[in-house]
Design a protein around this ligand. Structure first.
Ligand code: SIN
Ligand code: FE2
Length: 214
């Protein structure tokens, strides 16, 4: 506890830019349930290394749940309803995911956010995600809600062009970032994950990226 009686797990909002904020600890209390739900999804749709259109294998392993899943292969980046590994629809999005997405968006004044796609990213120490924009979705009016679980990371929050300076935002277990409205197309990425062991996830960082893709 600090002087103001705030424990480590108190939810705090830190604004990043118009339409963008970090919601510290928003999901810390429900992390065990979220991790169990992730586990359930991954049993049906295992993590895998996708290939970029240019033929590079991505180090961060990914899977999806919800009506649509984000895919990358030699044909390009896109959303699809079917997991190419199983030929089956992606697993249903757990209600818990949908609820937290709506709650996170609501906290920054975006009402009625209903995601139809959840990308699950799994990082190990040394892995990073290069600066990019999320622009494979049909409608840029809906925000992005991004949940961090397990090992900490440094999130890069840039501007509208790749060369704009990027802010370094430390993200811990249970933190949620939301960016929408005027910030929706901001470049963002993740610096290489530091070696470590998290009590709930071991040597992994999980990220859930909830979007309205279709
Ligand atoms: C992403 O941009 O898809 C993931 C960001 C993160 O892992 O925090
Ligand atoms: Fe992204």
């Amino acid at each position: 506890m600090d002087l103001f009686g705030r424990g480590d797990d108190v939810v705090r909002r830190e604004d990043l830019a118009p339409g963008a904020a970090v919601l510290r600890n928003l999901v810390t209390a429900r992390a065990p349930a979220l991790l169990a739900a992730i586990d359930g999804v991954l049993q049906q749709a295992p993590l895998r290394n996708m290939v970029t259109p240019g033929g590079l294998t991505m180090s961060v392993r990914m899977s999806n749940c919800g009506a649509l899943g984000w895919l990358s292969d030699r044909r390009g980046y896109r959303y699809g309803a079917v997991d190419p590994l199983s030929g089956q629809p992606w697993p249903d999005m757990p209600v818990l995911f949908r609820e937290l997405a709506a709650e996170a968006a609501d906290r920054i004044g975006i009402v009625d956010f209903v995601p139809d796609a959840c990308l699950i990213n799994c990082y190990e120490p040394g892995m990073k995600l290069s600066l990019h924009q999320d622009r494979d979705e049909r409608d840029f009016n809906a925000p992005i809600v991004s949940v961090s679980l397990g090992l900490p990371a440094v999130f890069l929050f840039g501007g509208e062009s790749r060369s704009d300076p990027a802010r370094r935002v430390p993200l811990g277990h249970g933190d949620v970032v939301v960016w929408g409205g005027p910030s929706r197309l901001r470049f963002h990425g993740v610096l290489p994950i530091k070696e470590g062991v998290h009590p709930m996830t071991g040597r992994f960082r999980y990220n859930l990226t909830l979007r309205k893709a279709g």
